[in-house]
Design a protein around this ligand. Structure first.
Ligand code: G4P
Length: 541
């Protein structure tokens, strides 16, 4: 007869799958003025992270008062840097990575998108798909990031919802699947119809103009009281449009969303809070959980026991009083614990992650633990570079974060020759942060440096920061180039490209050849005439 052995006491392992399953890490992409700040704030309001809308903007203002180089932001009235906001909501952990909203954005924006699992594409109902939305959408598509659409400002007259669906398909090449539908528009905007549950969310527009949560009620679409409240014709239109979507529209299909073929769509008004809560609930329900990440030898699963993470952003002097530099790490797998020792794969050495910070609407709090999808701010004494992998043991580094083609170029000169060393240190720092890229003319070492930036505003940031942080005054001579392409393949010879003034061959900081072109025409000409063994790429890394 066999005896039952008492079970060995097991150490209480954290339930990784459960922790990963409740995380949603995303960014909002939009054209300036579509309402990103407003929606962010409302998500924080409904998430319970703030109690009165207006706080984020107010914080921004007070942050300016204590931050020197952000003076530039104040002068321009825009946000140059990005931040991370984290809050629990209905059992989920929401990580919202903020990207700068100004037209003149930097590579930072692109890199932030390398750390999210989905993106909310915010569109102004009156304006439709605008230039920057298009650009950011393309980055998401390139990186395989699923998109959710929020059509904003329904409290004003805008384009017809069906026309907006068409426009998104025509301009961006993605189908939409409306999960709710607006009831009226402009002054007649009364709420949204939840197509998943068949319920109406009606809102009360009176009160404190979106500062606090809006009172709402949920009703059945055929409730006679609702029919009379909406008016027969508005009610009929709502029913007809939804019947049409049922027949002709695309049903929700998670796989298609994941593959970037379909975008779930929501309507609302961030300013008046209409539709914000139904959006947040549905989004958290449907948005993907933290994804695996590729290394050269395979993918790392978010639930694997070994801790891994990568640095996607470095920011200096967020608070000049602390003279610090913060490296933002996205956790990919395992469990992060404050003070843990991890392997820094590029440097092949162990480092202790003792000073870690999480962010809530610019307030820093020490963070004790984290899981895949979380973003941790690490105090950085100069150890980290963008793309670095940290691992709880030996392992393969994650594939690099691509550098994107800059669109603005300038030669840099120092006003005082003796300040060259400081200049090089400053340029190093700023290029590690991803604000600019530094190029060298072939064979000239550090003598002739060129600066490339994704947005022209970065030149102002560069001049300002070099002066205030490194004491170097520089002169930038703008160059007439607009495109950069990394060259790969065999048989490269600058002679293939440097014909006349239309292109110049330089090297990036890793010595990789890169060609700057004046315009699309010059690029096209080069592509036609260069050897077939060469390839020109828009990103490096
Ligand atoms: P951004 O971060 O995308 O650049 O946009 P932001 O939230 O700052 O919003 C841009 C403008 O659009 C703001 O108006 C904001 O109040 C308004 N807005 C945002 N959401 C809605 C909405 O749902 N409906 C309407 N009607 N307006 C909306 P502003 O006048 O520039 O600034 P403010 O004085 O209101 O702060």
């Amino acid at each position: 007869m066999s005896e039952t052995q008492p079970a060995e006491p097991q150490p209480q392992a954290p339930d990784l799958a459960r922790e990963v399953g409740r995380r949603r890490t995303f960014a909002i992409i939009s054209h300036p003025d579509a309402g990103k700040t407003t929606l962010t704030e409302k998500l924080l309001l409904y998430g319970g992270a703030i109690h009165l809308a207006g706080a984020v903007k107010a914080k921004r203002a007070s942050r300016h008062a204590t931050s020197d180089w952000m003076e530039l932001e104040k002068q321009r009235g825009i946000s140059v840097t990005t931040s991370v906001m984290s809050f629990p909501y209905n059992g989920a952990i929401v990580n919202l990575l903020d990207t700068p909203g100004h037209q003149d954005f930097s590579e930072d924006t692109y890199r932030t998108l390398s750390a999210v699992d989905s993106a909310v594409m915010l569109i102004d109902a009156a304006k439709g798909v605008e230039a920057q939305t298009k650009k950011l959408f393309q980055v998401c598509r390139l990186r395989g990031i699923p998109i959710f659409t929020f059509i904003n400002k329904l409290d004003r007259h805008g384009k017809d919802p069906l026309d907006l669906m068409d426009e998104i398909e025509r301009v961006l090449g993605i189908r939409s699947c409306p999960l709710n539908w607006p009831i009226g528009m402009g002054p007649g905007f009364k709420g949204v119809f939840d197509r998943r549950t068949g319920k109406l969310h009606l809102f009360d527009a009176s009160g404190r103009h979106g500062e606090v949560k809006v009172e709402g009620r949920t009703s059945d679409v055929n409730d006679p009281a609702i029919v009379s409240a909406l008016g027969e014709s508005a009610h009929r239109r709502l029913i007809e449009e939804n019947e049409m979507l049922d027949v002709a529209g695309d049903p929700f299909d998670f796989e298609r969303v994941r593959q970037g073929q379909l975008a779930p769509m929501f309507f609302g008004s961030a300013m008046t809070n209409f539709g914000v809560e139904p959006f947040l609930n549905a989004f958290l329900d449907l948005a993907p959980t933290p994804a695996p990440r590729a290394t050269k030898t395979g993918e790392v699963d978010p639930t694997s026991e070994r801790f891994t993470g990568f640095i996607f952003k470095i920011q200096a002097n967020m608070d000049p009083a602390h003279h610090d530099r913060i490296a933002f790490m996205r956790i990919v797998s395992g469990r992060f614990e404050r003070g843990m020792a991890v392997r820094h794969l590029r440097l092949a050495k162990d480092v202790r992650l003792s000073s870690s910070t999480q962010f809530l609407a610019q307030e820093r709090t020490a963070v004790e633990e984290g899981y895949a999808g979380d973003v941790i701010g690490l105090f950085d004494p100069g150890l980290f570079r963008i793309g670095d992998t940290l691992s709880g043991g030996a392992g393969e580094p994650f594939e690099g974060i691509p550098r994107f083609s800059p669109e603005h170029f300038a030669k840099v000169r120092v006003k005082e020759a003796l300040k060259r060393k400081q200049l090089l240190a400053g340029l190093d720092q700023l290029s590690e942060e991803g604000a600019i890229q530094v190029f060298r003319q072939r064979g000239m070492g550090d003598q002739h440096l060129l600066i490339g930036a994704v947005g022209a505003l970065q030149f102002d940031v560069l001049v300002f920061r070099l002066k205030s942080e490194y004491g170097v005054e520089i002169i930038l001579d703008r160059m007439p180039f607009a495109l950069a392409r990394w060259v790969s393949g065999t048989g490269y010879d600058p002679k293939h490209f440097e014909r006349g003034e239309s292109a110049v061959c330089v090297e990036d900081k890793d010595g990789q050849p890169i060609v700057l072109f004046r315009n699309e025409w010059a690029l096209g000409y080069a592509q036609e005439h260069m050897p077939k063994t060469l390839e020109l790429r828009e990103t490096a890394g």
